[in-house]
Design a protein around this ligand. Structure first.
Ligand code: PRX
Length: 665
């Protein structure tokens, strides 16, 4: 019997024969009886239970320890500034650590594998000590409740320790992915008006020690004010500016300190996470304490099927939302063992991930489609000989092609692990569309059903719900506790970006407000959502979200460049890569130096992960009569597709000339 699909979707034929026919073996995979037998969510009633709005979400909040119970589950009186569990009070670090001490103080909370071969296990008791010491240190240098602390750390234990220490003292953290450049760090520090930067001397990548503190050194030139800089040491005694504070030295004075947790209102912000949008300026997505923590706890339990006795490994970076929600907060709230690893997946050899999985007998493994495509390219032989056995696999970040899905299923999952393809965003805090693994059959390439309590739909550009099977705009029509509170410091941008398109923004009735994530999707006949990707000028490079405008501003910084357009080219491994089209200023000759300058500028302004794949010098960019650059035509050219309609252009011969230049080679 297939699960739930029929029961939940009232308008889908429930006739078993029809359903069976649709659930053909070719398309669907079923969870094994063994998996279903042990799953956290094995009763389809969960959809109705959590879907009863808004009280259903109390079940997630009840997974937390509260200092004061909430007065109201949901307050929709001032849309779109919704409140969750209003009146409730709690502390996130207590929920991730202290509450587990009684039952599992000596169980591993975090297992860390360093790239240079180091291994470190922090039990819940260890984590308690480390976080208290760091919280005491932060307080001693002046950090107060509500101060935003910028954390620019790679995948070392110092990162979750610092995050949880901030949470303990009620200081929202703003983690900036370590791969971001000095320029990107400065932008984020300035936008958050942050007076503290926590960084590290360096870290390892493919056997090389990268000087990381240098990014802070350079960022300081562009930062308004003079933030206090705290530096952890990766290996050697850090060789840094004497004005910086050395964390390891200072911690000695605080080793035995215990810091009384600052009890926060459910609506107080827990953190900011900056993400790319359609303008050049990244947005600080502000996440609340109570609703966020409740939502990541609930989804970790039911979607990821995490149990306290599991060893869970999400091979993402904590510097992105995936790591916040599903390496740190969700797993630790549930009291499980979460594994984190520094370094790239091919160093010291291409089997290292499976060696680590075997060493710790990992139960649940979580990665991106880009990583799966890379494993596929390397070949299944790199997995051979390792004795690992996953019960559950997760993907996130981009659409996964059925071919890559099946490879993951067969080679990593051994043909019996379940796979959840989780669709969500920095803004949503946690999963919104994905199957509960024991309750809905898997369909390669399709994210699946909306999560319990989540109302999703596909609408046309006028906001009308489309027929099943048609491609349109994905929307979320009802609030949920994990949603962002606002864009930090910019409520108007929050409304413009996420609500204006499909809401009646003059209404004070929350049911008139519809969240627009900016993705295209198909709502399929079986009630599954197939995600098509971004509809706006945001691209997805190896699972990293990059705004076209951010890239274009970086390219435009180069003095030789007159005008630039950046478009996404499809790429077998990375999903998409940025192609740059530029016109040069009068008298400048296109040559390798200009290309090098463009690449360098992107690396300085954003980071090397955003490096352009190709730079094309053109005499002119295609523009409409009103002067708007037609990126779509350039995207067609980059992807070897026909140009399409060029009638509305100021000069229709421009794209054709570029097409011949690029495709004619
Ligand atoms: O386009 C969607 C894509 O990633 C975007 C969100 O990126 P970010 O905020 O960086 O968060 C990534 C990790 C949650 C979405 O707007 N995306 C995310 N998950 C999927 C996906 N596209 C297809 N399938 C997914 N499972």
């Amino acid at each position: 019997m297939p699960h739930l699909v029929s029961e939940r979707m009232g308008d889908v034929p429930s006739d078993e024969m029809t359903l069976e026919a649709r659930l053909s073996e070719r398309e669907y995979k079923r969870p094994s009886p063994a998996f279903i037998g042990q799953a956290n969510a094995a009763d389809p009633a969960i959809y109705d239970r959590i879907g009863s709005f808004p009280e259903g979400f109390e079940e997630y909040a009840e997974m937390l320890e509260w200092d004061r119970h909430w007065d109201e589950v949901f307050d929709g009186s001032n849309p779109p500034f919704f409140e969750w569990f209003a009146g409730g009070r709690l502390n996130a670090s207590v929920n991730c650590i202290d509450r587990h001490l009684e039952t599992r103080k000596n169980q591993a909370a975090i297992i860390w594998e360093g790239e240079a071969g180091e291994r470190r296990t922090l039990t819940y008791q260890d984590l308690y000590r480390e976080v208290n010491a760091m919280a005491a240190l932060l307080t001693s240098v002046g950090v107060e409740e509500d101060d935003i602390v910028t954390i620019h750390l790679p995948m070392v234990p110092a990162l979750p320790i610092t995050m949880l220490a901030c949470a303990r003292i009620g200081a929202p953290h703003s983690v900036v992915f370590a791969g971001f450049s000095a320029g990107a760090l400065a932008d984020r520090v300035n936008d958050a008006d942050s007076s503290y930067i926590v960084t590290i001397d360096g870290y390892y990548r493919r056997g090389e020690f990268l000087d990381h503190v240098d990014k802070t050194n350079r960022a300081l030139d562009d930062i308004d004010g003079a933030p206090e800089v705290l530096v952890w040491g990766r290996h050697e005694t850090p060789d840094v500016s004497s004005s910086y504070l050395l964390v390891d030295d200072l911690l000695d004075a605080h080793r035995r300190d215990r810091v009384e947790p600052v009890i926060r209102d459910a609506e107080d912000p827990l953190f900011l996470m900056y993400t790319s949008g359609t303008t050049g300026k990244p947005k600080g997505c502000q996440h609340r304490t109570g609703g966020y923590l409740a939502y990541v706890a609930g989804t970790s339990k039911y979607v990821l099927d995490i149990k306290p006795e599991d060893t869970y490994w999400c091979a993402a970076d904590i510097g992105w939302i995936t790591g916040h929600s599903y390496i740190v907060y969700g797993p630790l709230v549930l009291g499980t063992t979460t594994l984190m690893r520094e370094g790239s997946p091919d160093h010291p050899h291409k089997g290292i991930l499976w060696e680590v999985a075997e060493r710790h007998d990992v139960d649940i493994f979580h990665t991106s489609p880009t990583a799966v495509r890379t494993f596929m390219k390397w070949g299944a032989e790199h997995l051979e000989g390792y004795d690992f056995d996953f019960r559950h696999l997760t993907t996130v970040g981009e659409p996964i092609q059925p071919e890559a899905w099946l490879w993951y299923y067969n080679h990593v999952g051994g043909g019996d692990a379940v796979i959840v393809d989780t669709w969500w965003q920095t803004e949503t805090g946690g999963h919104l569309i994905t199957n509960l693994p024991a309750l809905a059959d898997m369909k390669p390439g399709s994210a699946g059903l909306a999560c319990p309590g989540i109302e999703a739909a596909v609408v046309d550009d006028a906001g009308q719900v489309m027929d099943r099977g048609g491609a349109g705009n994905l929307v979320i029509t009802r609030p949920w506790p994990g949603m962002l509170q606002t864009v930090y410091g910019d409520d108007d941008r929050f409304i413009d970006t996420y609500w204006r398109a499909f809401s009646d923004i003059d209404s004070d009735d929350w049911t008139d407000w519809v969240y627009a994530p900016g993705d295209g999707a198909v709502y399929e006949e079986d009630g599954y959502f197939r995600i098509l990707g971004r509809l706006d000028d945001v691209m997805n490079v190896a699972g990293h979200r990059l705004g076209t405008m951010e890239l274009e501003s970086a390219v435009a910084e180069v003095p030789a460049v007159a005008e630039a357009a950046v478009v996404a080219r499809k790429h077998d491994e990375k999903g998409q890569v940025p192609d740059v089209y530029v016109t040069l200023r009068e008298g400048i000759e296109p040559d390798a130096t200009v290309i090098a300058d463009i690449v360098e500028s992107v690396e300085n302004e954003i980071g090397s992960f955003a490096r352009p794949a190709n730079v094309e010098f053109v005499p002119e960019l295609p523009k409409t009569r009103s002067g708007k650059i037609m990126r779509r035509l350039l995207e067609n050219i980059s992807n070897d597709e026909p140009l399409g309609n060029t009638m509305t252009l100021r000069d229709p011969s421009v794209p054709e000339a570029i097409r011949q230049q690029v495709q004619g080679r």
